[in-house]
Design a protein around this ligand. Structure first.
Ligand SMILES: [Ca+2]
Length: 122
């Protein structure tokens, strides 16, 4: 039996995900959050480890995605923040949300514009 779970963001967009999808996210969250320190939170080093297999090497892209997932801006991602952030990648998520996320990835200075130096290769 599948029970729908409603995720309501600050902008009141509602996305329905299934219990199975939440369970899959919980499984992934447990794996990522316990990679270095098993504390129920994903720290930046654990996030880098998952994406890059190297926790010590700063990476502009990985660190930018982490900062966007770190909704509370406290240096760690809790399960609620993880589910809300991952829901953007859901097939049923609004196209506008996906475009907004992609734009924010490049708008490093959060100026509302993508500037030449923000897309220059480093
Ligand atoms: Ca952790």
């Amino acid at each position: 039996m599948i029970f729908p779970v409603l995720l309501i963001s600050k902008t009141l967009n509602v996305l329905t995900v299934t219990e199975n999808e939440v369970e899959a996210l919980l499984h992934l969250f447990k794996k990522l959050s316990s990679a270095i320190t098993d504390d129920g939170l994903i720290q930046k080093v654990e996030f880098r480890l998952a994406l890059l297999r190297d926790s010590n090497k700063p990476n502009l892209f990985a660190d930018r995605v982490f900062d966007m997932f770190d909704i509370k801006h406290n240096g760690a991602i809790d399960f609620g923040g993880f589910v809300r952030s991952m829901s953007i990648f859901h097939p049923n998520a609004a196209q506008e949300k996906k475009i907004e996320l992609a734009f924010k990835l490049f708008d490093l200075r959060q100026s509302g514009y993508i500037e030449h130096k923000e897309v220059r290769t480093h």
